[in-house]
Design a protein around this ligand. Structure first.
Ligand SMILES: [Fe+2]
Ligand SMILES: [Fe+2]
Length: 153
């Protein structure tokens, strides 16, 4: 028997994912509220962060549902750091970093699922469904980073 409780570990990671999403929601919201609309680029940045803040709320809901599916409860003390930026390029650079940080964290969830499956520790939960969901979210985050890169000037 494995000494690792994979379901608990995955629930822990999903809470870390929630923290990343909450951070992104707050930062992106701050971005579109504070961006100085001094250029066409800045207006596009406003639209982008306004849209992405909504996307990240959806991710937050999806991750929360999976915490429940894996037997956890949505709870915790989330630490959120919002940088008050006004410059569009600074927002984009930070946003790209945040997206890449999220992707790295979400890959850890995939690794844990793979390990748990190898050790036969996840047979009573929908690990395939979670895997599929996380792959999908990673692809969305890659797309977010790509959209930000396109607006960098
Ligand atoms: Fe997200
Ligand atoms: Fe994102």
């Amino acid at each position: 028997m494995s000494s690792v409780n994979y379901k608990n570990e995955i629930v822990k990671k999903l809470h870390e994912a929630l923290e990343m999403e909450i951070g992104a929601i707050m930062q992106y919201q701050s971005n579109f509220l504070n961006v100085k609309l001094v250029s066409f680029q800045a207006e596009k940045v406003y639209d982008l962060f306004k849209d992405l803040a909504k996307d990240e709320v959806e991710d937050l809901q999806v991750f929360s549902e999976w915490i429940i599916n894996f037997g956890g409860h949505v709870n915790g003390n989330f630490k959120v750091n919002v940088k008050p930026l006004e410059d569009a390029n600074e927002m984009l650079k930070l946003g790209i970093q945040m997206e890449l940080g999220g992707i790295a964290k979400y890959r850890e969830i995939l690794d844990l699922i793979n390990q748990g499956v190898r050790e036969n520790a996840l047979s009573d939960v929908d690990h395939e469904g979670l895997y599929h969901t996380v792959v999908h979210i990673i692809m969305d985050e890659q797309e977010h980073a790509r959209k930000m890169e396109q607006l960098l000037s």
